[in-house]
Design a protein around this ligand. Structure first.
Ligand code: ATP
Length: 505
């Protein structure tokens, strides 16, 4: 299956099994807005729990908060979002399609990277076993030419973005002969800046309503509460504040399913540190966050770091953890060294001191901040994409299996009476009653047992318990594992412990 088909199958699987629906579907949908269905809500909650546990519960010096979506409008002036939270947009006059100019250039660079990979593959075939890919990439003149080209495009784009030179940005697109991915035309408009914040009004007009914004990131709720938390929680540097919540961005181009949405959720952690130690912490959190991803058992080759070219207005160092989505390596999480930019800006605009008193040095200072920021929906998509697999079994038949990390599966266990009679359903429900406080259980009695197993495979349920006639006599059940499909016979009173161990393996 090629990558495009793979992505289509992920999207249709997500719909068919109740993970993700288009928002307002009966009204033909609302662009880049999605709803999570009965299984999607469970998977999403499990990702949240997994993140919260590892960031908050496992760290003595990190606490979690939950701040409002509406905030004082001056916050967004102070943070720089009113003036600088822009994306460069460009339209194609023939296709009438709108694009993010930087994404067009990045996709163009990815094509050149693809050419490098092709050269390496060709050479590997030619030279056989003795081939040293790294050496080849360093010395081959054609590869060197491609690399130089990439570097010069990146440098030019960075200059355009840093200096707001939108004229040269358009010229870069023309010089590189970048075409409209849909129509193939090079008939481009000028590049313009577009602010991504949604605004609305609070209060009635009679009261003199105020324009306020839907937060484009959850981080500012943390910054403006940092002293509240520090004081009431008696926190000492370095310490972190975590938050999970909705964010809103009026994205120029919203495509690729839940990868880029206009309403989405972020899981962010701001780590407050002593000035001068931020690079150490930046490296620390880069490593820690990659470890978190790998801890889910998804292959290391699916992840890579990408250092930012276009640094956000607040950062002095920034890297993305990219995931190998079916449409290529794309940002899943950002790790940013935000300096003292936000806190200093809030001091300036609010007129309140946001300094930390360091009891060790007897100094007052504004802490520096290292942030980790991951999109919950993107994590959901990464998890689904890597989990969905079609397998050919020994007997030649196919099964669709969602190999979700067990801790994230919507249902942990399915309980299946072999037949709908002879007291087996009652026995199955009694087992559910004994497990449901601890585990999400699903009862299913319809169709032959093989088909029921397939249904559970398709939604990623790690274990299926079958209750048969023998169970009524010996109080034993058959438990089947999703990935290996192996079956074991175990006593009912050992189920809870068995599941506890298995789900943490
Ligand atoms: P991109 O370059 O893809 O627009 P970004 O660099 O603007 O992303 P950040 O501001 O660093 O993103 O936001 C942190 C995280 O929030 C991202 O790594 C991503 O996972 C998530 N995120 C950002 N925008 C969206 C969106 N429109 N839809 C879903 N998730 C998003």
């Amino acid at each position: 299956m090629n990558q495009e088909d793979k992505f289509k199958s992920v999207i249709s699987h997500a719909k068919e099994y109740g993970f993700v629906f288009q928002s307002s579907e009966i009204y033909d949908g609302l662009s880049a807005v999605y709803d999570y269905g009965q299984l999607g809500a469970e998977l999403k909650n499990n990702i949240k729990k997994y993140w919260w546990k590892s960031m908050v519960q496992m760290h003595e010096n990190i606490v979690g908060i939950d701040t409002a979506i509406f905030m004082h409008p001056t916050i967004w002036k102070a943070s720089g979002h009113v003036d600088a939270f822009n994306d460069p947009l460009i339209d194609n006059k023939d296709s009438k399609k709108r694009y993010r100019a930087d994404v067009l250039v990045e996709d163009h660079i990815a094509k050149i990277e693809g050419k490098i990979a092709k050269e390496i593959k060709k050479a590997a075939k030619r030279f056989g076993e003795s081939f040293d890919a790294e050496m080849f990439a360093q010395t081959n003149p054609r590869v060197a030419g491609y690399k130089e080209k990439i570097e010069s495009i990146e440098a030019r784009m960075k200059r355009c973005l840093d200096e707001g030179d939108l004229e040269d940005f358009k010229q870069l697109i023309i010089d590189e002969e970048i075409v409209d991915p849909v129509g193939g035309s090079r008939n481009w408009t000028d590049v313009r800046q577009f602010n991504l914040m949604f605004s609305t009004e609070m209060g009635s007009i009679a009261e003199g309503a105020n324009t306020i914004y839907l937060r484009p990131e959850t981080a500012q709720g943390i910054f403006v509460n940092y002293l509240n938390v520090q004081k009431t929680g008696r926190m000492k540097l370095p310490f972190g504040i975590a938050q999970i919540g909705k964010a809103f961005r009026n994205e120029i181009v919203a495509r690729q399913f839940i990868f880029r949405m206009r309403e989405f959720e972020q899981m962010e952690m701001q780590f407050f540190v002593k000035p001068g130690t931020e690079m150490e912490w930046y490296e620390h959190w880069k490593a820690k966050r990659l470890e978190w991803h790998l801890g889910l058992g998804i292959a290391e080759t699916e992840y890579r770091f990408h250092d930012h070219l276009k640094m956000a207005h607040y950062a002095n160092a920034a890297a993305d953890i990219e995931f190998n989505f079916p449409f290529g390596f794309k940002e899943l999480e950002g790790i940013h060294s935000r300096t003292d930019f936000d806190l200093k800006q809030h001091e300036k605009h609010s007129g309140k001191k946001l300094q930390y008193f360091d009891p060790e040095t007897n100094e007052h200072y504004v802490p520096y901040v290292v942030e980790t920021s991951i999109g919950l929906d993107r994590m959901f998509l990464a998890t689904l994409c890597s989990a969905l697999q079609t397998e050919t079994l020994e007997d030649g038949s196919e099964r669709m299996v969602l190999r979700l990390p067990k801790v994230l599966a919507p249902y942990q266990v399915a309980i299946l009476p072999l037949v709908k009679k002879d007291g087996l359903p009652d026995k199955a429900r009694a087992i559910i009653d004994s497990l449901k406080m601890e585990y999400m259980c699903q009862y299913d009695e319809k169709d032959a047992i093989g088909r029921r197993y397939r249904r559970q495979d398709a939604i990623g349920t790690p274990y299926a318990i079958t209750v048969d006639h023998q169970t009524l006599e010996d109080q034993m059940v058959t438990i089947r594992e999703r990935d290996t499909m192996t079956q074991e016979r175990i006593p009912i009173d050992q189920l809870s412990e068995y599941l506890y161990k298995g789900l943490r393996a």
